[in-house]
Write a protein that binds this ligand. Structure first.
Ligand SMILES: Nc1ncnc2c1ncn2[C@@H]1O[C@H](COP(=O)(O)OP(=O)(O)OP(=O)(O)O)[C@@H](O)[C@H]1O
Length: 259
């Protein structure tokens, strides 16, 4: 199968602290790949490097074979590589529906041009955006709170909205950073279901950082374990949970990773 993302021999240090250490991994197109590892293993740093939010010291990142090393996040966004973000403070004063409608379109420059020359077309596009936002609200099961201010939504509803925002553009691959944190079990079920549907029905590839092992077990295949800034092992969740090296890295040899 083809690669969606390739990380090749990436290194990154903060001051004297080497955080990413000759790290190489691939995320297969169409997969939901989990990225796990003990605290401080470098998961978020690697995410930031892939998403263009942090420059690397050496190495390469490729998106569908094209080199994207150190490209800015907005350029990657237009290429379909997205990362979910917490709803920013200023957006918490907009409704759930408005939050979806505010996601920048894929061709922002062209839209400005159209605003000058083709006002009728812009109106038509606004209606299109609204129609798509309503479809997305239905898909993520938040129609009943579409007119609530985003700041008033529950933690889990906010996560669903963050996921919904990725659906307003033509995403190819979405990076999810600890999306289950603080989400109640019912909404977590909705989130998992939505991620699976986006994967199955819309062909999204996901790379998922998660501490919640239930969620990893339900969602991810394969799972990559990062330790001290490089890949320790990759496999199915069962292989990972039975791997003595992983058990040692997480808990010390006397414990069971499934506990
Ligand atoms: N901007 C920074 N400046 C200095 N050190 C940093 C910076 N960002 C991260 N680090 C350090 O890099 C190491 C890896 O951090 P990172 O957040 O990538 O790990 P993680 O695997 O995501 O951890 P966790 O599971 O706890 O979120 C840690 O020791 C952290 O303190």
């Amino acid at each position: 199968m083809a690669s969606m993302i390739d990380v090749r021999h990436v290194n990154k240090a903060f001051g004297g602290l080497k955080v990413i250490n000759d790290c190489s991994l691939s995320v297969e197109a169409g997969s939901i790949t989990g990225l796990i590892g003990p605290n401080g293993a470098g998961k978020s740093t690697l995410f930031n490097i892939i998403a263009g939010a942090l420059p690397l010291d050496s190495g390469q990142v490729l998106l569908e074979g094209e080199e994207i090393t150190n490209r800015p996040a907005n350029e990657l966004f237009h290429k379909g590589l997205l990362r979910t973000f917490q709803i920013a403070h200023e957006f918490s004063h907009l409704t759930a529906l408005e939050n979806l409608m505010m996601v920048p379109p894929a061709q922002a420059g062209e839209n400005l041009f159209n605003a000058w020359l083709k006002p009728g077309r812009v109106r038509h596009e606004e209606e299109e955006v609204r129609r798509r936002a309503l479809e997305v609200i239905d898909f993520i099961g938040l129609r009943h709170v579409r007119n609530e201010l985003a700041g008033n939504l529950s933690g889990g509803q906010k996560k669903l909205l963050e996921l919904g925002r990725t659906m307003m553009t033509d995403a190819r691959v979405v990076l999810l950073d600890e999306i289950a944190a603080g989400v109640n079990r019912t909404l977590l079920g909705d989130l998992v279901e939505n991620i699976e549907r986006l994967n199955r029905e819309m062909g999204y590839t996901f790379l998922v950082i998660e501490h919640d092992m239930d969620m990893i077990a339900r969602l991810c295949d394969p799972v990559i374990v990062l330790a001290q800034g490089s890949v320790m092992v990759e496999g199915t969740i069962e292989e990972i949970q039975n791997n003595p090296e992983v058990i040692e890295a997480y808990f010390g040899a006397t414990h069971d990773a499934t506990a």
